[in-house]
Write a protein that binds this ligand. Sequence first.
Ligand code: GRG
Length: 289
Amino acid sequence: MAKDSPMDIQKYFEKTKKEIDETLNKILPKGKDILSKTMRYSVFAGGKRLRPILVIATAQMLGAKKDEAMLPACVIELVHNFTLIHDDLPCIDNDDFRRGRPTLHKVYNEAIAILTGNALLNFAFAVLAKRNQTLSSSVRIKLIEELSEALGICGLVGGQVEEMSFRGKDLSLSTVKDIYMKKTAALISAAVRIGAIIGKADKKELALLTNYGKNIGFAFQVSDDILEFISGEAREKKDEPNYVLYSNLKKAKDVAKEKIELAKENLHYFGRRAERLLRIADYIINRDS
Ligand code: GRG
């Protein structure tokens, strides 16, 4: 049972993030070649590691050991970094900075950024398929299925294409919601589901955790929009949808809060074991970056 006090969840985040970073450092190529450097430039840029923490916290809640969840957690982070590199490209969002540093295509060039993204994605699946010694092959196949579905037409790729095809057009709020569910919530919910599969969740548990994941995933994108709106970044990114601009700041905050409450309702069934996942849900709307 997780016994974190509100203060301790911060400690849990810090400790788990450190362990995730150590594992990423161990598994990523260390050569002097370009790809070893560019993959590391992207992965060690100060990300929050929310998705891998979700994998681990969910698996632990269901009784799995941290070690069993660590490699799949790192795989999600590798994939997340791939999506950020491609998202920043001039042909997609055209961002010059990410996490306060120049984006990869600015430091190198577009071809290198595209290929680094591809290298991270393929490397991630190779780790999931081959290197994890603690999970059975049938579990690993399930995880590969989860992740590839989340990234596919009904997930990240589909969401990004939908977002781009609507650029310059008036979007309905329901289209914005659909894009957010695919572009952002799909990977966050896959992180929770992957943790649940590692923890051998039964059908009911998996359904509850899926709802938790989808709701925190949506709230995460709305809170990202709120942070970009407050910092003024949303005005610079006029082409990209921002929930605040489709409603207003108060409504966006209310929607994010409402989704977090909905997410948390799915955790009642797990009782006190769900303490960490409850606090992660709160963190999503209370964070400042
Ligand atoms: C999946 C094949 C395939 C292609 C990718 C580019 C693309 C298609 C999708 C874009 C997905 C994307 C980057 C959505 C934005 C999600 C988001 C709010 C990211 C920021 O996440 P944080 O704040 O980042 O967790 P840190 O920096 O903490 O890691």
